[in-house]
Design a binder for this molecule. Structure first.
Ligand SMILES: Nc1ncnc2c1ncn2[C@@H]1O[C@H](COP(=O)(O)OP(=O)(O)OP(=O)(O)O)[C@@H](O)[C@H]1O
Length: 265
């Protein structure tokens, strides 16, 4: 059962995430063209668009896995300054490990498939400096519980788990350090519809309870509709439309968005 979406929250704070003028090409292929993004604290930004429109590239940029040819990226956090694209590798890694969580569509990208599920989550805590075994175990268990992972499977490696459970382990790992920003790249794509609905329920509940700022990428408008407060529509590396989710879905302005919305109906 999917929970109803809340009405859009009223935005009063400065954006947590700001990207300006981001351009990225892979050889002759333009993946992102002059992309601007603002994500406000506590909101869920949904990014939609057809395959190859640049959604995943943009999310990987937010996780500092990719560097653009030009553009800037800032996070409005007390101890984080300047353009994050200028950070050295070590600083990027520490920032991502401690302040940004990510869930990939493919669990092999986010998890060590043959380590225990609790060990996967504990590894994130180890990177942040926690060394006490009892604390690691307790915090990993708590993150897995918040992700509604069945706790009798704590010691099972992801390779032995269902797709839905693997995504819950990724989610637990992503939220273990209470990140300022949670990135979700097609987190339910490939799951059975019923499992997809349960994982979406968990995400919705987490967002409501913890007010985590989220960016979710999906080609599935239903997923975006369920979770997002605001939507950005991408096509061929460009943002063609952005606005409150209800407005964009009910009254799409750009011909491409109209096509997407009507194709879904
Ligand atoms: N590492 C890479 N090397 C070369 N080209 C790439 C690379 N990553 C992305 N691209 C290209 O950049 C464009 C945008 O890709 P991206 O994966 O961001 O799109 P997407 O909207 O996430 O698509 P999908 O929904 O299929 O994942 C595509 O043309 C893709 O082929």
């Amino acid at each position: 059962m999917i929970l109803e979406r809340d009405p859009p929250r009223i935005v009063t704070a400065a954006p947590l995430v700001q990207m300006h003028g981001v351009n990225k090409s892979y050889g002759p292929v333009v993946a992102l063209r002059d992309v601007h993004v603002a994500v406000y604290p506590g909101e869920v930004l949904g990014i939609v668009g057809e395959s190859g429109s640049g959604k995943s590239t943009l999310l990987r940029m937010m996780n500092l896995e990719e560097t653009p040819q030009s553009g800037s990226y800032t996070l409005d956090l007390p101890d984080v300054d300047g353009n994050l694209f200028d950070l050295d590798r070590f600083s990027r890694r520490m920032l991502c490990a401690t302040r940004i969580g990510i869930v990939y569509q493919n669990p092999h990208l986010g998890l060590l498939m043959t380590h225990s599920s609790s060990g996967n989550v504990a590894e994130r805590l180890l990177v942040a400096g926690e060394r006490r075994f009892a604390v690691l175990r307790a915090k990993a268990t708590s993150a897995l519980a918040a992700s509604e992972f069945p706790l009798e499977r704590l010691d099972a490696p992801p390779i032995e788990l269902s797709g839905g459970m693997q995504q819950r382990v990724q989610l637990a790992k992503a939220i273990a350090l209470e990140p300022a920003l949670l990135l979700l790249d097609e987190p339910t794509t490939g799951l059975d519809v019923s499992v997809q609905a349960l994982v979406l329920d968990t995400l919705k509940r987490l967002q409501q309870d913890r007010k985590i700022t989220m960016v979710i990428v999906s080609h599935d408008l239903g997923v975006i509709r369920t979770l997002a407060d605001r939507v950005m529509v991408m096509r061929r590396g460009e943002v063609v439309e952005a606005g409150l989710a209800d407005q964009v879905f009910q009254d799409p302005q750009h011909a491409y968005t109209q096509q997407l919305v009507h194709a879904k109906l």
